[in-house]
Design a protein around this ligand. Structure first.
Ligand SMILES: [Zn+2]
Length: 266
């Protein structure tokens, strides 16, 4: 059981994670609605400002991406997640609290099964030159290029070959971030109501405002964390090289839908 506030709603949420089955994969439940699971599946992903939204049968889950990243980052492909409200808590803005909790609770190994492989490259385009692509690869690889030309941040690049151990040390602690000038605009739209200096790295004009970074390239590592979480929406791990260039959750969900078509999810 974990609890915390949603970064966008500001609402306090309790969340309980129980073992799932290989047949049902990762599913979300709203408390009191045990008969209407919301699967972790790109076909139920709606585009939402700044976050992923899953919706099925009138039930919705907001901001599942860091929790999904922690699950897939540790190689956990089935779990039942029950939530007291619709938005997954932001905690410290990273995936570390989730990975620590899963490691404490213990993770049960399932019999090994072959995972599908990407055979043909796929690329989808978003606004402002952003792209999300996947290429054949013998490994599970995630690469991101971040570019903020009008900020001191400039370019950051990170490429990660997936292993659970590497995920725990190099990806899970990387926190979400935002520009100071965007924060007021987001709050005016009713977003980031739970955002604070405790759960996001805030980028100012000349430097980071509130924090010592956990990694010099923490921002791009967080984008790799997001990319891993969004690829959980495919519904199965796969071998391939996923590459995001200035991309966000909506474009990643679109790529996940295209990958589903190639590897034929039942
Ligand atoms: Zn994120």
């Amino acid at each position: 059981m974990l609890s915390g506030i949603g970064i966008h709603s500001g609402v306090e949420i309790q969340i309980k994670i129980s073992p799932g089955t290989p047949e049902t994969g990762i599913r979300f439940f709203r408390q009191g609605y045990a008969n209407t699971p919301i699967p972790c599946d790109a076909r139920y992903a709606l585009s939402a400002a700044r976050a992923t939204l899953l919706e099925k049968d009138g039930q919705r889950i907001r901001t599942p991406e860091h929790l999904l990243s922690a699950l897939y980052g540790l190689g956990i492909t089935c779990a039942d997640i029950t939530m007291s409200d619709e938005e997954v808590p932001i905690l410290d803005g990273s995936a570390k609290t989730f990975t620590d909790a899963f490691i404490d609770a213990g993770i049960e190994a399932l019999p090994c099964v072959a995972i599908p492989a990407i055979r043909i490259p796929i690329s989808v385009q978003g606004p402002h030159g952003s792209t999300a692509s996947v290429f054949p690869d013998t490994l599970r690889r995630f690469t991101y290029l971040l570019h903020f030309p009008n900020s001191f941040v400039g370019y950051q690049y990170y490429s990660f070959v997936w292993t659970p151990e590497g995920y725990i040390t190099d990806i899970a602690p990387a926190r979400t971030f935002g520009f100071r000038h965007e924060v007021e605009a987001l709050k005016a739209q009713g977003l980031a109501l739970g955002g604070s200096l405790d759960n996001a790295v805030v980028i100012g004009e000349d430097g980071y405002i509130n924090t010592t970074l956990r990694f010099p390239d923490e921002l791009v590592r967080h984008k790799v964390l997001d990319l891993i979480g969004d690829m959980a929406l495919v519904g199965t791990p796969f071998t391939g090289h996923v590459v995001g260039v200035a991309s966000g959750h909506a474009l990643h969900a679109h790529l996940a839908q295209e990958i589903q078509k190639q590897i034929v999810i039942q």
